[in-house]
Design a protein around this ligand. Structure first.
Ligand code: 3PG
Length: 305
């Protein structure tokens, strides 16, 4: 059967090689579509039984062009790019590959933080992370890796996640806090790791952000959609000491850059998971999951049950 890997942001070549080996060992054919348009994707998916994507949009329009499709695997964590209801209606299994790229994202959190705290390496005196409090907003796989690295920096680590038991957070030497308001008011730095869904979209607002102590930094390696951008701009206006870093441009990036200059920084493309290691782990896991599903319906990480 044909398995299509369609990535607007291509995997490292070494990961593609590994994916190909897994697909071929499973008796299937790999077709690669890199940096394609939506029309390219619609054409390429026409005879595919399996589809592997990253943040690429798999909406009704794409699914309508894929009569043979049985399984879609998002090589990564967040699956807000896939129309789950439509996939379910068509009997297509959708899976993600939890945890495979989480270290890469967590490392970028600190890459971005050090860069901002050292004033973009412009020669002036910056600040250190040691002894600062970092608040982890959602304690999933990336949050856990952020906690581990933060401890290496000598930071005080706190976290809030209503879906994770306090004992699990405490077992990592992290202090759980009972509310999101408490998290923001106690954190010099807040690192966002909430998924984008109907409950979280635009949930990070001025009222929350302005609870942060002086010189607070909000770092977002999750999704731009979880931020209410207009409200955040009001917060940055009201509190001239606050800063915002995001691994993916906000919709209002130009306006923010113009108004707040170096107090904001955005990567031009989502870079968190863009390492060879993460590409290999997430890409190969995705290939193995597609092959296993086509073989005997293996669906451990199905997200549209
Ligand atoms: C994820 O949800 O796994 C990350 O945001 C990575 O997304 P990417 O595969 O588009 O880099």
């Amino acid at each position: 059967m044909k398995i299509l890997v369609a990535t607007e942001k291509p995997f490292a070549p070494v990961a593609v090689k590994g994916i190909k080996e897994v697909v071929e060992a499973g008796g299937h054919e790999l077709v690669l579509l890199e940096k394609g348009t939506k029309d390219d994707l619609k054409a390429a998916v026409a005879d595919a039984a399996g589809l592997i994507v990253r943040s690429d949009k798999v909406d009704k329009e794409v699914l309508d062009c894929a009569p043979e499709l049985k399984v879609v695997v998002r090589a990564g964590a967040g699956y807000d790019n896939i129309d789950l209801a439509e996939a379910t209606a068509k009997g297509i299994c959708v899976m993600n590959t939890p945890g495979q790229n989480s270290n890469a994202v967590a490392e970028l959190v600190f890459g971005l933080l050090v860069m901002m705290c050292r004033n973009y390496y412009n020669g002036t005196s910056g600040t250190e992370l040691k002894e600062k409090t970092i608040g982890i907003h959602a304690y999933g796989q990336v949050g856990r890796n952020v906690a581990r690295i933060a401890k290496g920096f000598g930071m005080n680590v706190i976290a809030h996640d209503p879906f994770v038991n306090d004992e699990i957070i405490e077992a990592d030497g992290v202090t759980p806090v009972g509310s999101v308001e408490e998290l923001y008011s106690k954190s010099d730095i807040v690192s966002l790791h909430i998924p984008a869904n109907d409950k979280t979209r635009k949930s990070v607002v001025k009222q929350l952000v302005t609870l942060m102590p002086q010189k607070g930094i909000l770092v977002n390696t999750a999704r731009k959609e979880v931020i209410d951008e207009e409200s955040l701009m009001e917060a940055l206006d009201e509190r001239q000491d606050l800063r915002y870093i995001a691994d993916v441009k906000p919709d209002m990036a130009d306006a923010m850059k113009e108004r707040f200059g170096d107090r904001v920084f955005f990567t031009p493309k989502k870079m968190g998971a863009q390492t060879s290691e993460a590409n290999i782990k997430a890409g190969i896991a995705a290939a193995e999951q597609v092959v296993a599903y086509l073989k005997d319906g293996w669906n451990k990480f199905q997200v549209n049950k």
